[in-house]
Design a protein around this ligand. Structure first.
Ligand code: FES
Length: 259
C-alpha cells in the first residue's frame, strides 16, 4: 500500500527512562496500512532546522494510533522531545518493506527475535504479529538501564532472555553470544531469526545464521536523508547490486547482504 503524508496529532510524548521517549500519534491512515518493520518519517518542526525528517520505526499500532520510541540524542530527536500533546506533526508513512511473515506459520518453527539497544523498537510490533507462536526474544544492551521493552514483550506472551555487556542483568556478554548459546541447545532447523540493532550485531548474526543454516531477516539502520528512495543516501551493497535501505529495505535477508 502507498505511504500517506498526514498531519498527525500528538496524543502523548513521554520520557520513560534516561533519554528514551514514547511518542503516540493519531493517524488512522498510517496505522491501518502499517506492517511490522516499517517506519515513518517525521518533520520534527516547522523551521528548516533541522532540515531533514527523522525516520522512526513503528513500535506498535492500534486502530488509529501509532506508537514510536526514540532516543533524544541529536538535534532532531531532542527537538521532537520538546513537542507537546495536542500539537501536530507532518508525517510520511508507512515506509519501507516490513518483515516477511509468510514463512512463519509452521507449528514447529521457532521465531527468534534479536534486539540490540534501540533495535527493540520495530521488534515489539513484530512480536505482536507473531504472538500466537510465542517467539523467543533476546535483548542485548550495554547495561541493565539500557534494556528496553522487556515488559512489553512479556505482555505479548514472548519468552525473553537478556544479555548485558557488563553482566548487570542476564547473560554477561553480547546478545550474539547469547544467540549462539541458545542455538546450541535447541532444534533450530525450522527457526527464523528477525533482528534489529547496530551494524556489528547484524553482521555477527549473518555469520551465525549462515553457520547454522537458519533464515535471518535483518532490519538495517542507516542515516536517511529523503527516506523515500530519491537521494541514494542510504544505499548498501547486496549480492543483487546496490539497494536503498529506505525503499528496498529496511528489512533484508542476511544472505543477500555484503558486509
Ligand atoms: Fe534517500 Fe534512502 S534516504 S534514498
Amino acid at each position: 500500500m502507498e505511504a500517506a503524508r498526514v498531519i498527525a496529532r500528538i496524543n502523548s510524548n513521554n520520557n520513560f527512562s534516561g533519554n528514551y521517549w514514547h511518542l503516540e500519534l493519531e493517524s488512522a491512515a498510517i496505522a491501518r496500512r502499517a506492517m511490522a518493520g516499517q517506519f515513518i518519517n517525521i518533520k520534527v518542526n516547522d523551521n528548516s532546522i533541522p532540515l531533514l525528517r527523522r525516520p522512526l520505526s513503528i513500535h506498535s499500532v492500534s486502530s488509529s494510533k501509532i506508537r514510536l520510541i526514540y532516543e533524544a540524542i541529536g538535534q532532531g530527536t531532542q527537538g521532537l522531545a520538546k513537542r507537546k500533546p495536542g500539537e501536530f506533526l507532518d508525517v510520511i508513512g508507512p515506509l519501507g518493506n516490513g518483515f516477511n511473515l509468510s514463512k512463519t506459520s509452521s507449528k514447529n518453527s521457532l521465531n527468534i527475535l534479536v534486539a540490540g539497544g534501540m533495535g527493540v523498537a520495530p521488534l515489539v510490533f513484530l512480536a505482536e504479529r507473531l504472538k500466537l507462536s510465542q517467539p523467543l526474544v533476546l535483548i542485548g544492551a550495554k547495561s541493565k538501564n539500557c534494556l528496553l521493552c522487556i515488559k512489553e514483550f512479556k505482555s505479548l506472551g514472548s519468552r525473553v532472555e537478556l544479555a548485558t555487556d557488563d553482566g548487570s542483568l542476564g547473560f554477561k556478554g553480547k546478545v550474539t553470544d547469547l544467540l549462539k548459546k541458545t542455538l546450541s541447545t535447541i532444534d533450530h532447523r525450522l527457526s527464523t531469526i528477525y533482528a534489529c540493532g547496530p551494524k556489528a550485531m547484524l553482521k555477527a548474526i549473518s555469520l551465525i545464521a549462515a553457520e547454522n543454516k537458519i533464515r535471518a531477516q535483518l532490519s538495517l539502520e542507516e542515516h536517511m536523508a529523503c527516506g523515500i528512495g530519491a537521494c541514494l543516501g542510504c544505499t548498501v551493497q547486496t549480492k543483487l547490486g546496490f539497494k536503498r535501505v529506505c525503499h528496498d529495505g529496511p528489512i533484508f535477508l542476511s544472505e543477500e547482504l555484503i558486509w
